[in-house]
Write a protein that binds this ligand. Sequence first.
Ligand SMILES: NC(=O)C1=CN([C@@H]2O[C@H](COP(=O)(O)OP(=O)(O)OC[C@H]3O[C@@H](n4cnc5c(N)ncnc54)[C@H](O)[C@@H]3O)[C@@H](O)[C@H]2O)C=CC1
Ligand SMILES: O=C(O)C(=O)Cc1ccc(O)cc1
Length: 323
Amino acid sequence: MSVHFRKLALIGIGLIGSSIALAARRQGLVDVISVMTRRQETLEEARALGLGDIYTRDAAEAVRGADLVILCAPVGAYDTLAQAIAPALEPGAIVSDVGSVKEHVVKVVAPHLPPTVHFIPGHPLAGTEHSGPSAGFPELFAGRWCVLTPGSDVPEAQTARLAAFWRAMGSNVECMDAAHHDMVLAITSHVPHLVAYNIVGTVADLEAATQSEVIKFSASGFRDFTRIAASDPVMWRDVFLTNRDAVLEMLGRFLEDLSVLQRAVRNGDGDSLEAMFTRTRAIRRSIINAGQETAAADFGRPHEAPPAPETKIVRDHGGGDDA
Ligand SMILES: NC(=O)C1=CN([C@@H]2O[C@H](COP(=O)(O)OP(=O)(O)OC[C@H]3O[C@@H](n4cnc5c(N)ncnc54)[C@H](O)[C@@H]3O)[C@@H](O)[C@H]2O)C=CC1
Ligand SMILES: O=C(O)C(=O)Cc1ccc(O)cc1
């Protein structure tokens, strides 16, 4: 299905908004892109990057005449933004979003919208730990899933149009119920981020001497948590404020399972540990087979020349210069 929109309004222009601008432009999916953000500095950054055609800090002005509006701000800003755009929305427009939670979005956005628009919440399951307009790139959505959660009142043809827009940017698209989305994402995304924030936070609280060793020897496992724990603080604050029930449900299960592992370690129960680690290895293999990760070591990072080797002899019997 070929797809084309006259005017795309992006409300918020960080990693996701800028990636949509670049991908939609590259694929020729829109004639005009209007860019709205709250801060003048971010607007100027977007302008310097050439992400749109119209730049404004006025959300209503951005959506006027738009046949596709996508909210791309942290979800905590949605209520105010929906109120601001509602009076200026074009009848027949599709209003969507990219927020990481969906039930809350329906709750705070839908009541403000006129019945003449089609509200189809969305969530591209694609991102990085970087934020802001310069973090975006047009390939971000390629091969990744985008979940749409249309209400039962939305005509199928409108959902099909939005799905075609995401497919044209390289995404696979699946529709589901907002509550189901929030439960699935709680365990695949939200709890893993909480665990990463927690383990990196534990290190941040260690005394300075131990902390510097953790940083130095981080490639032993810790490093891979730090990428996730470097994700945008405002965006993730909003996720945990707005998907509380599903996160608490999945966190409860996680903590129960962690206790089982704790007992196995305490009891020296090697059979249980090995059985568990064998099951988890199989999960990673299926993610690779599904094309959602590469099998390359180091999370597919290109290998750079390592820094010059440093050898240090550490004595555990105290004293002396160990250089
Ligand atoms: N970062 C990620 O990996 C992913 C994020 N998302 C969702 O996408 C949305 C945007 O996230 P990112 O682009 O990563 O964030 P970001 O921090 O890179 O960009 C957010 C942008 O929103 C705008 N903004 C912030 N507060 C605003 C306000 N009060 N009013 C108007 N505009 C405001 C600014 O333009 C800012 O650059 C969030 O709702 C997030 O849950 C979805 C998938 C992946
Ligand atoms: O950077 C990563 O690994 C992510 O997990 C990206 C991400 C963050 C938030 C989402 O709602 C979807 C994808």
